[in-house]
Design a protein around this ligand. Structure first.
Ligand SMILES: [Zn+2]
Length: 67
């Protein structure tokens, strides 16, 4: 079950209207909205890990250069 982008609440699918409605804040999303949002989140996480890895590599290099 997907969760709301705004508040993280549970989303329910409305078959007639063909969109998801949040049970907490009432926001509505199409499955396309959720897909795009999930991709964004995935990319942000990937980017963060990439930055973290680069920082670790730099630290490693910095420490080894001191020896
Ligand atoms: Zn919500």
């Amino acid at each position: 079950m997907p969760s709301c982008i705004e508040c993280g609440g549970a989303l329910f699918y409305d078959r007639e209207l063909k969109h998801y409605t949040c049970s907490s804040c009432g926001a509505t999303y199409t499955s396309q909205d959720l897909l795009i949002e999930r991709e964004k989140k995935f990319n942000a996480k990937f980017e963060e890990e990439r930055k973290k890895r680069r920082r670790d590599e730099y630290l490693e290099w910095w420490l080894s250069s001191k020896q």
